[in-house]
Design a protein around this ligand. Structure first.
Ligand SMILES: CC(C)(COP(=O)(O)OP(=O)(O)OC[C@H]1O[C@@H](n2cnc3c(N)ncnc32)[C@H](O)[C@@H]1OP(=O)(O)O)[C@@H](O)C(=O)NCCC(=O)NCCSC(=O)CC(=O)CCCCCCCCCCCCC(=O)O
Ligand SMILES: NC(=O)C1=CN([C@@H]2O[C@H](COP(=O)(O)OP(=O)(O)OC[C@H]3O[C@@H](n4cnc5c(N)ncnc54)[C@H](O)[C@@H]3O)[C@@H](O)[C@H]2O)C=CC1
Length: 719
């Protein structure tokens, strides 16, 4: 039952308990309960102090985000918190578990705050496209000063109870029972003056150079936010706190919240929050992995210690897993021995580990992996090599060892075939750098067992990854969609665009890096290897710009043939200050290369508008997303969107490609794809997906309804 209960302890301490599992969000019923409890407290002369706590060891996770989708009703938060603060009896917040968003704002309205040492506190509204609009943007800087409030509110980061104590957000931290402590504390402060404890009445202590601090913060959020509105509004609200009286500051907070509340960005970010929680509800072969038993992995092996393998070793060790790290090349093994401990140390420093890292041992032979419970192979993207390794692993490892591949897109089932027990083979597709990037695609082959999939999903979570279960097809989800995106970018170069122009358009949309800068960073040879494996780099009897009966741009292959592999060689689509250089500069050589290429093939360059660059790159990518949904390779649009936000830098405030298509309007996306297909009939991947057509014909249901639509559609098509 959702509510806030009222009781009186030992005749004098009123206890208000928030009850709305799992995080005691401030739903309408809870707000009503608090409002009623405040009235009862005021009326009861026996009550001399008040404690507010949350049920089940969690204070409060903030406003109930699900209520944001509908009309707001019930008692609003702002007057409710003012009523608490105005009470003439001391009010103490007993913070256990978490006090986030509106939860912390409620605590800031109390006169005192006692926290358990394990509690997390924060104002994460900015991550939902909002600002702390229940007085948080005005009370927090009055409590901890402007610079610290700017940091917490514009990043939305969660802080520990000990940091909260240092900042002055809480009055005491205890390892003991925070509720018991708060009750004792409440009794002890009865009769003390409450005026100084009311944050709304305090001045906001700002540094003397307040304008420059705020301007700097604004510049920083612009740069970091890549077009996100909420961080900018947060700085606006804090400017009001620092420069205006409290009542006017509150008015500004309300105004700014009103502009954010119904914005597309807030909807996108709230969708992203819930998507992250629904992903991976995937049912391979009708058997569910998400309620399957899992194996706890204590010891694992990684085969191949190149770019990916080294990062995977570190990520496993940081999760407390002991690792046998195997590499066949002496030079690579020596490099790994040196780099892995350094990476581990940096990673441990960044994370603040609560478990000791797993022990890492290095080896040059597969025989040393016989005792592990799970293996992750990360050798070259070469099917024959990987199959040899899988076949050998199947004989070396104990029966029951889960065998995983980090392949970027090869057939998991062909790898499984090389073993005696295909049910134990799954894909674990990490993203570079593997110890930093949050995404993990867990690839379910047609014969992977639910237990093996569940084990990989849970291990991914332990490694701090957002694990998404996907089906088995070339490129899985992320890279399958990336292919048409990159292809359109290459075709745009053929037609007259420059790498900078394409990258600027995509970076303006919110990607941290455009497609060409990203290729230079990961290495142009990565895709080249994949195209070679697919037989696309050999020209054969077809014209130069045709492969396997389709239009093809050999531009990136020609770059690789010329030794331009990106940052690692100091030359790619851009030039760098030598191999390994980071700063991309436009390269006249590339300009000349493109002009010569166009002239050789009789291509007349034209001026290409930013709108066309974005539409062709992004809609080709999204269109493949619809094909993926239709093929059942992703469980739902949320899975695709989470993959793109966490693995490919899709701006979170735009929700993800599938959400974005819904926001643009499915009919418009369809119309644009038809338009480009008509004007470029030989360019692949512009043919609208039939699922997109059916969704449009069905009236473009919202993205949250697509799963249902697709499953009905599937049943219908089977009849
Ligand atoms: C809390 C967590 C850290 C817990 O994590 P974990 O234990 O890992 O569990 P999860 O799986 O994440 O969550 C479990 C379960 O709970 C659901 N859930 C979590 N938090 C919430 C929530 N706040 N609301 C609803 N549901 C929640 C979650 O979805 C899971 O359920 P499932 O999806 O079914 O599996 C973690 O969950 C977390 O980080 N939560 C979010 C915390 C957060 O961001 N809180 C801030 C919320 S926003 C807020 O508080 C805003 C405010 O305070 C401002 C209020 C002012 C409102 C005024 C409105 C005025 C509007 C004016 C404009 C009018 C314009 C007009 O005129 O129209
Ligand atoms: N580089 C990237 O951005 C990503 C790569 N991947 C995939 O990860 C895998 C590895 O890629 P990278 O790390 O980039 O390659 P890499 O070339 O950097 O490293 C591969 C390593 O495997 C070693 N190796 C080869 N045969 C071996 C054997 N028999 N036993 C032990 N070690 C052996 C090589 O010596 C080399 O050190 C590939 O399948 C790739 O497609 C997946 C995601 C991203």
């Amino acid at each position: 039952m959702k509510m806030a209960t009222y009781s009186v302890l030992s005749g004098s301490v009123a206890l208000i308990t928030l009850q709305n599992p799992p995080v005691n969000a401030l739903s309408e019923a809870v707000r009503t309960g608090i409002t009623d409890a405040v009235q009862r407290t005021l009326k009861d002369p026996q009550v001399t102090s008040v404690v507010i706590c949350g049920q089940n060891g969690r204070f409060c996770g903030g406003a109930d985000i699900r209520e944001f989708a509908g009309p707001m009703s019930g008692p609003p938060l702002v007057p409710m918190i003012h009523a608490l603060e105005a009470m003439e009896k001391p009010v103490v917040a007993a913070i256990e578990g978490l006090a986030l968003g509106g939860g912390l704002e409620l605590a800031l309205g109390c006169h005192y705050r006692i926290a358990h040492s394990q509690a997390l506190l924060g104002l994460p509204e900015v991550t939902l496209g909002l600002l702390p609009a229940a007085g948080g943007s005005q009370r927090l800087p009055r409590l901890i000063g402007l610079p610290a409030a700017l940091d917490l509110i514009t990043t939305g980061r969660h802080i520990s109870a000990s940091e909260a104590l240092k900042l002055g957000i809480v009055d005491q931290v205890t390892d003991d029972n925070a509720l018991k402590m708060a009750v004792e504390f409440a009794r002890s402060v009865v009769g003390q003056p409450l005026g100084p404890r009311r944050l709304s009445t305090r001045p906001c202590h700002s540094p003397p150079d307040v304008d420059s601090v705020l301007d700097q913060a604004l510049a920083q959020v612009w740069q970091r936010g890549r077009g996100a509105l909420a961080p900018v509004a947060c700085v606006g609200a804090l400017r009001a706190a620092a420069t205006l009286p409290y009542a006017q500051g509150m008015e500004k907070e309300r105004e700014l919240m009103a502009t954010l509340f119904n914005s597309g960005q807030a909807r996108a970010l709230q969708y992203a929050f819930f998507s992250q929680r629904v992903v991976g509800k995937w049912q391979p072969s009708g058997a569910r992995w998400d309620n399957s038993t899992t194996r706890t992995i204590r010891k694992a092996a990684v085969i191949g210690l190149g770019t990916m393998g080294r990062g995977i070793v570190v990520a496993l060790a940081l999760a407390g897993v002991s690792v046998v790290a195997v590499e066949s090349q002496e030079k690579q093994l020596a490099a790994a021995r040196q780099m892995v401990p350094e990476m581990l140390q940096r990673g441990a420093g960044r994370r603040g580990l609560d478990t000791p890292p797993g022990v890492i041992s290095f080896s040059s032979g597969l025989e040393d992996v016989s005792e592990v419970e799970l293996v992750i192979e990360a050798v070259f993207e070469d099917m024959a090599l990987k199959r040899r390794i899988f076949s050998r692993l199947a004989t070396v490892c104990r029966p029951g060892t889960v065998l995983c591949s980090n392949t970027s897109g090869l057939d998991i089932d062909q790898l499984a075939e090389a073993t005696q027990n295909p049910a134990l083979v799954v894909g674990m597709h990490f993203f570079a750098p593997a110890h930093v990037m949050k995404l993990l695609e867990v690839v379910c082959g047609p014969r992977s067992s639910p237990e093996a999939v569940a084990t990989a999903m849970v291990l991914g979570k332990r490694m701090g990854k957002v694990s998404v279960a996907v089906g088995n097809c070339p490129g899985f989800v992320g890279n399958r969609m990336l292919k048409p995106y990159m292809e359109q970018a290459n075709f745009l170069l053929e037609e007259g665009a420059t790498p900078q122009q394409v990258d600027e358009a995509l970076e303006g949309f919110g990607f941290p890096m455009g497609v060409f800068r990203m290729s230079d960073l990961s290495g142009l040879d990565v895709g080249w290897r994949v195209r070679k494996e697919a037989g696309l780099t050999e020209q054969g009897v077809e014209p130069t710009r045709m492969r396997q009966g389709q239009r093809y741009s050999p531009l990136p292959d020609q770059m690789c043939e010329g030794g331009r592999l990106g940052q690692k060689t100091g030359r790619g689509w851009y030039r760098y200050d030598g191999p390994g250089g980071r700063v991309a500069r436009s390269d006249p050589w590339v300009q000349n290369f493109l002009e010569t290429y166009r002239a050789r093939h009789g291509l007349v360059p034209r001026r290409i508008a930013t709108e066309e660059i974005l539409e062709r790159c992004l809609y080709a990518l999204t269109n493949e997303g619809f094909n993926i949904l239709q093929d059942g390779v992703a469980a739902g649009p949320e899975d695709i969107d989470v993959i793109y936000v966490f693995g490919y830098g899709w701006p979170r405030h735009r929700g993800g490609p599938m959400f974005h298509a819904g926001q643009v309007g499915l009919a418009r996306v369809l119309e644009k794809l038809e338009h480009y297909q008509h004007s470029h009939p030989d360019v692949p991947h512009l043919k609208p997906s039939s699922l997109l057509r059916r969704l449009v014909a069905a009236g473009s249901p919202p993205v949250q309804k697509w799963r249902e639509f697709i499953s009905k559609d599937r049943v219908h098509s089977q009849l």
